[in-house]
Write a protein that binds this ligand. Structure first.
Ligand code: ADP
Length: 591
């Protein structure tokens, strides 16, 4: 609503209030005037009647009394005082009248004022006179008890004429007052609205962002408080906007300078912001992506499923994706975290992207190097092993010392061979997983455990260890049988290796929360808590000397972990020193 409209509204309200008050005042004063005027007229008529009564009673009681005389008296006095005078006998018979011939007049005993006067009271009545054809006020008084009635009649048209005069003067006065008050009200409101107009103009400047402007303070208390409040509101808004702008600039500078890509999306997966590094990774321009769905601008199913997992409260916060580039590949590592409102609801997510292509290349070079070296070592190692065994078996006149050294060489060569085999095995698992070359088939897990136990049987028997199996009947899963067997064999082999003689190793397989869990439980030496986090790392050994003595390579658990990962699962351990360990492989039933 504009200020102009406000003035008009005030004006109209004021006009209506004045109009209604005047109408009420006029109605009240005219009705009071009516009553007062009538009352005065009645009292005046009574006064005249009482004055005339003496003349009439004197004549009535004089010896000269006759009907013609009293009628003449009525006519003479009536003319003088401009009032109709009638003398009526208690029987109702009219004996004198100032206007008419009494002989021609009907019996008046039914007239209410006459009836009242006959009873001795003063009679009064207003009614239409059929004789004079106008509204009349009648008053009647008895001349004496049981005597004739003196009636005066005053025409009401006289009163009405006075009333009309009074009303018209009152109406003209009220109209003038109404016009004066309305216009005075209009100008007063217009004057009062001026400071509001000033405040309105100031508020419009604040709204347009001119916070440096200061409203002048009007003299009125309420408006000055309003102006003060608006000024302080503008100052605090200015401060907040400055802070937000500074923070936004800082944030933009940080995001622009980062070598990591940052993408912020809302809970509908629409892009809120994307820094230059992220734009470079995906070959995009910011103007074209803001507000669009992420999967619309970055067509990558892994990124999409990672984002869906983030929004579904999945604990996974990291993933790697590969973007095909002309003649090469770009490897990106993505860390994600959800943004939450104060209420706890997810409002979006932030993705931090690292280009790990270089690292990936170095890692590949390293892996290739390890794999190549291992491969190259295998042939000379096999030859050394063969020659040593030939010398030992053929006993070429060597003395016991030489024999002892040759036996050590043979043992070390065996150890080296196992290590090379484990390294090659790890490399091939990793390579096949990367190239998605591992085949999965529906496999009976019970039979898989049987085969694994059978492979370890001779090792177990050498230490009088019993290996027990407990498996849910008809437990099938999609696995690579050879790899899964290798993992289970590694675990059973470790359980036997790190248990004392005559103990029991239990191998179980169960279905649990949509995944299969294979457990290998032993009653062996156990692992101290501080080692558990690193136990699946390559070459990590709790007791190096013991491991070496037992022919360990430090790669067995690492192979188990990698096999679990290739099956979309994980390897876990629970162990207590001197009580035993439980190694588990968890993997989904379906691929
Ligand atoms: P290794 O060839 O040395 O056994 P692994 O990778 O198989 O290498 O195991 C790593 C280390 O974990 C071992 O050196 C050993 O200290 C510990 N370990 C593995 N399995 C068990 C087990 N069942 N009980 C106790 N310690 C174990």
């Amino acid at each position: 609503m504009t200020l102009k409209k406000l003035t008009w509204r005030y004006f109209l309200t004021n006009f209506l209030i004045v109009l209604v008050s005047m109408a009420i005042t006029m109605w009240y004063s005219t009705s009071t005037f009516d009553k007062m005027y009538l009352q005065n007229t009645i009292e005046d008529a009574y006064a005249r009647a009482w004055l005339l009564k003496r003349d009439f009673i004197r004549y009535y009681k004089s010896p000269d009394f006759n009907k013609t005389g009293i009628d003449s008296l009525c006519k003479v006095i009536g003319k003088e005082i401009s009032t109709r005078i009638t003398v009526i006998l208690p029987s109702g018979k009219v004996i004198g009248d100032s206007e008419k011939d009494p002989e021609q007049m009907e019996n008046h005993s039914d007239r209410p004022e006459v009836r009242q006067a006959i009873t001795g009271a003063n009679g009064v009545q207003q009614r239409y006179s059929t004789t004079l054809h106008q509204n009349m006020l009648y008053i009647a008084i008895p001349m004496e008890s049981g005597g004739p009635i003196l009636r005066l009649a005053v025409p009401l048209s006289k009163i009405q004429k006075h009333e009309m005069l009074f009303y018209s003067k009152l109406a003209i006065g009220a109209l003038i007052l109404l016009v004066i008050l309305s216009f005075a009200g209009f100008f007063i409101f217009k004057e009062l609205s001026k400071p509001i107009e000033v405040i309105k103009a100031g508020a419009q400047r604040f709204a347009s962002g001119d916070f440096a402007f200061k409203l002048s303070i009007p003299p009125d208390q309420e408006l000055s408080e309003l102006a003060h409040s608006l000024n302080s509101m503008a100052a605090s808004l200015n401060e907040r906007i400055n802070t937000i702008t500074t923070q936004r600039n800082e944030l933009n500078a940080i995001l622009s300078g980062m070598s990591e890509g940052v993408i912020a999306v809302d809970n509908k997966e629409r892009i809120i912001s994307m820094n230059p590094a992220a734009q470079r990774f995906f070959n995009l321009s910011i103007s074209s992506v803001k507000g669009k769905w992420l999967n619309e601008v970055v067509r990558n199913s892994e990124l999409q499923s990672f984002l869906s997992k983030l929004f579904s409260n999945d604990p996974v916060t990291e993933t790697s994706i590969v973007l095909p580039l002309p003649g090469t590949q770009c490897h990106l590592q993505i860390h994600g975290s959800v943004l939450r409102e104060l209420s706890g609801n997810i409002s979006g997510a932030v993705l931090v992207i690292n280009n790990v292509t270089r690292l990936h290349q170095l890692e590949k070079i390293r892996k290739d190097f390890v794999s190549n070296v291992s491969h190259e070592l295998r042939t000379p190692l096999t030859s050394i092993k063969g020659f040593v065994e030939t010398i030992l078996n053929n006993n070429y006149g060597i003395n016991d010392d030489v024999k002892h050294f040759l036996e050590i060489i043979s043992k070390k060569t065996d150890h080296l061979c196992s290590m090379v085999n484990d390294i090659l095995s790890l490399s091939s698992i990793e390579r096949d997983h990367e190239h998605k070359e591992i085949c999965f088939a529906r496999t009976d897990i019970g039979l898989l455990l049987d085969d694994s136990i059978r492979t370890c049987q001779s090792h177990a028997a050498s230490k009088h260890i019993t290996v027990e199996k407990s498996c849910e009947p008809a437990l099938f899963a999609f696995v690579n049988q050879q790899l899964m067997e290798q993992a289970v064999i590694n675990l059973i082999d470790n359980a036997i290796k790190y248990s004392n003689d005559n103990k029991t190793v239990i191998v179980t397989a169960v279905k649990q929360d949509g995944e299969i869990v294979i457990s290998v439980i032993d009653q062996g030496i156990g692992i101290a808590q501080e080692h558990l986090d690193r136990i699946f790392e390559r070459f990590y050994r709790v007791d190096k000397a013991r491991s070496r003595k037992l022919g360990g390579t430090g790669l067995g658990l690492s192979i188990v972990k990698n096999i679990a990962i290739t099956h979309g699962g994980r390897a876990t351990v629970h162990s207590e020193i001197n009580k035993g360990s439980t190694f588990r492989i968890h993997f989904p039933i379906d691929k």
